[in-house]
Each structure stands twice: as structure tokens, then as C-alpha cells.
Design a binder for this molecule. Structure first.
Ligand code: B12
Ligand code: SF4
Ligand code: SF4
Length: 333
């Protein structure tokens, strides 16, 4: 099975027993409301924690990882930064294609095999399974860290109704380090491993629809889509990220021109971002993010566009533009 997974293009493969997960970290997040608008984390709690609810008769979980590129990234003046994982083709498509190859190989040897597979969107705790299956550990920054690639990896998981020889869980390797916690610009990691989505730039710029809280917007800096600051700070990521899956190398969108974002039409959005992970933010979300970066960086050269967008009816954009204009001279306009 591991050979088939490697042949399909997965660089890390591990096997865990399909037993219920420790509910502690998920419940800690939910008890604080740190899931923000991601209500599905709460409504799917039981199914996320117990693989047998997803696949009756589940015996094993195959945890899989693929490294993505991680070039250093100061986007430069007038541009917004894109999180490293999103600079290549949409990883969902890339990993799903690898999963299809893998599942075909497995079924050719075992036609009665039953599976449930997930890349990101399934109700599966992919980091928890990766840790259990020995691929890496969940760091204090809330990311899955592998010894070989650091946290610059994307994950998938397959539940199977077959008893397999399992790997040992990966031990925690954060030790005394806590560099990621103060490196977070918005203080979104109040406790080791707990990411408060309400304060997380990644959540606000990717998942959030509508307006973004001003205190988060103020610290958004250059991040126009996602955020990597708590990963950049991690010593396990130093010198990593040069070797990526060929399909996940940056092709376009390593950074975004702010002026273009502020003029983005629905047609431009479809033409430029369909097929990339950036489509997730939606047309309004990307315009709003451009406005927030302009405000956070106090980019006065964009003032005329910000004034125009104060009248926008795209969700969250008018509020963001009013806020950004108030940042330009430190007062209300
Ligand atoms: C919700 C979500 C988010 C949320 C919440 C983030 C979070 N830390 O959970 C937001 C929107 C903020 C987010 C942001 C990002 N995300 Co995200 N996200 C998810 C998603 C859909 C679910 C994660 C989840 O269930 N979180 C809830 C928490 C409580 O679960 P958990 O941390 O996994 O905890 C469980 C276990 O890990 C375990 N556990 C937790 N801590 C510890 C500690 C120890 C010692 C042990 C033993 C166990 C343990 O217990 C928990 C079960 O109770 C997954 C895909 C998936 N289906 O899993 C992608 C996923 C986690 N995201 C991913 C990525 C790439 C990101 C970003 C890096 C993107 C970016 N650059 O902007 C950021 C990173 C932010 C951060 N610091 O975590 C990748 C992870 C890559 C990696 N190396 O970890 C995933 C796996 C998607 C994928 N298929 O590759 N994400
Ligand atoms: S992704 Fe950015 S905002 Fe979110 S926890 Fe990490 S450093 Fe903080
Ligand atoms: S920066 Fe340090 S504490 Fe944070 S995830 Fe990396 S090793 Fe762990």
C-alpha cells in the first residue's frame, strides 16, 4: 500500500489504526468559539472524531503528504502576498488526482476494498491522522510538521476497511521552542496548538465572507491571501521548501498587484483565479483583501480607488474601504 502511495506521488505515507481521536484539542477550540464562522467544525464534531461514523467497518487510516514550494516571499511595494501553499495549481485538484491513481492501484489488487478519502474538505482530521500515522507532529503553531519538509506539506487521508500494520505515532519535537507564538502578528495562538480563527489572518482572508475585524485588518500587513508568519518563524522550516511536488511549483500568483485587485471584475476573477486555491476567497473576498492590505500598509497611492470602493456593494468591501481610508491619515473621512 505504501509503495502504491509513493508511486502515485505521495512523498510521506503512514498508517494508523482507525480508532476514535482524542477530542481534547477540538473541544478546546469549540469551547472558546475559536472556530469562528466554520460552524461545520462543531456540527461535524462526532463524525470528525470517529472514523467508523464515516466508513462503517473502518480499520485503518492511510495518512499522506505532499510537499509544496516555499520560496521566501516579500511581495514588494504595491503588491499583496499569497501564502506559499496557494502559489501553484490548486492542491485539491493535484492531490485528488494522486488519490485516484492510488485507489485504482489498490482496487486492482483488492476489488472489494471500501474506502473514504479526503483532501481538506472531508470531515476528517488530517493533521491528527498524520501525527498518529508517524508522518510528523502537530506543532504549537497548529500545523503538521514533518522532519523532512517542515510544515510546507499538504495532507490527504484515506480510511480503509482493512486491518494493516500500523506505524508508531510521531513524537512532539517542538520541545522548549515557542517561536511561532509571538511571531503571529495578531496574537492568534493564545496557547500552544490553539489557533483562534477569529484572529487568524489565514481565516479572515480565505474563509471569512463580509467584513474583517479592524484590529485584525490593522495587522494584516502584506497578506492578501492566507498567512505564513507562524510557519516562517519555525526552525523546522529553515532551509526547507526547495524541493516541491512538480505539480505544486508556483506557476502564477506568487503575489498580487494591489491596483489590479482593486479593479478586479467578476470576469477577471473567473479568468485569473479559477483552478487555483485563491478562488476560495471569492471575487468579493479578493477585492476586500486588496483593500485591507492597502489600508494596513497605508498605501496613499491607492486613495482614489479606495474612495471609489467606499460605494461598492460587494460584501465587506465598502466597510474595508472606509477603514482603509481612515488608516491613510490616521483619522476618519
Ligand atoms: C479548519 C482549518 C483551518 C482553520 C483552523 C486552523 C487549525 N490550526 O486547525 C484556519 C482557517 C485558521 C486554517 C488555516 C491554515 N490552514 Co488549514 N485547515 C483546516 C482544516 C479544514 C481542518 C483542521 C481542523 O480540524 N482544525 C481544528 C483543530 C482543533 O484540529 P487539529 O489541529 O487537527 O487537532 C486535532 C489533532 O491534530 C489533534 N491535536 C491537536 N494538537 C495536538 C497536539 C498533540 C501533541 C497531539 C498528540 C494531537 C494534537 O487533536 C485534534 C483532534 O481533537 C484542515 C483540513 C482537514 N480536513 O483536516 C486544513 C489544513 C489543516 N490547513 C492547512 C493549511 C495549509 C493551512 C494554512 C497553513 C494556510 C495558510 N498558509 O494560510 C493555515 C495555517 C494556520 C495555522 N497556524 O494553523 C493544511 C495543513 C498543512 C500542515 N502542514 O499542517 C490542511 C491539513 C489542509 C490540507 N489538506 O493540506 N485552516
Ligand atoms: S496563519 Fe498568521 S495569523 Fe494565523 S496563526 Fe499563523 S501567524 Fe497567526
Ligand atoms: S516555531 Fe517552535 S514551537 Fe512553533 S511549531 Fe515550530 S518548533 Fe514548534
Amino acid at each position: 500500500m505504501k509503495e502504491a502511495a509513493r508511486a502515485a506521488g505521495f512523498r510521506e505515507v503512514g498508517i494508523a489504526r482507525a480508532e476514535p481521536l482524542d477530542p481534547g484539542p477540538l473541544d478546546r477550540m469549540l469551547s472558546r468559539g475559536a472556530e469562528a464562522d466554520m460552524a461545520w467544525l462543531r456540527t461535524q464534531r462526532e463524525v470528525r472524531l470517529d472514523p467508523a461514523r464515516l466508513l462503517p467497518g473502518a480499520r485503518s487510516v492511510l495518512a499522506l503528504a505532499v510537499p509544496h514550494a516555499a520560496d521566501p516571499g516579500d511581495p514588494g511595494q504595491g503588491r499583496a502576498a499569497v501564502a506559499r501553499y496557494a502559489r501553484g495549481r490548486d492542491y485539491h485538484t493535484v492531490l485528488k488526482r494522486k488519490l485516484k491513481v492510488l485507489l485504482e492501484a489498490l482496487r486492482s489488487r483488492d476489488p472489494a476494498l471500501r474506502t473514504f478519502s479526503s483532501v481538506d474538505a472531508g470531515p476528517v482530521m488530517e493533521k491528527a491522522w498524520a501525527q498518529r500515522a508517524g508522518i510528523g507532529w502537530v506543532g504549537k503553531n497548529g500545523c503538521l510538521i514533518t522532519p523532512s519538509w517542515g510544515s510546507w506539506v499538504l495532507l490527504a487521508a484515506v480510511l480503509l476497511d482493512r486491518e494493516l500494520e500500523r506505524d508508531a505515532p510521531h513524537p512532539d519535537r517542538c520541545g522548549d521552542c515557542s517561536a511561532c507564538m509571538p511571531a503571529c502578528p495578531t496574537g492568534a495562538i493564545p496557547e500552544p496548538g490553539l489557533v483562534d480563527a477569529r484572529r487568524c489572518i489565514s481565516f479572515q482572508t480565505i474563509e471569512r465572507r463580509g467584513s474583517v475585524p479592524p484590529d485584525v485588518a490593522d495587522r494584516i500587513g502584506s497578506w492578501g491571501f492566507g498567512c505564513d508568519d507562524c510557519q516562517t518563524a519555525c526552525p523546522w522550516n529553515r532551509g526547507k521548501g526547495a524541493e516541491s511536488d512538480p505539480e505544486l511549483r508556483p506557476v502564477r500568483h506568487a503575489s498580487l498587484d494591489l491596483q489590479e485587485l482593486l479593479h478586479l471584475s467578476p470576469d477577471d476573477y473567473r479568468a485569473r483565479f479559477y483552478g487555483t486555491a485563491l478562488a476560495r476567497a471569492g471575487h468579493a473576498g479578493l477585492v476586500r483583501n486588496g483593500v485591507l492590505v492597502a489600508g494596513s500598509r497605508r498605501d496613499a497611492s491607492l486613495e482614489a480607488d479606495l474612495r471609489r470602493l467606499r460605494g461598492s456593494d460587494l460584501p465587506g468591501v465598502a466597510e474595508a474601504a472606509a477603514w482603509a481610508l481612515s488608516r491613510l491619515d490616521g483619522g476618519d473621512r
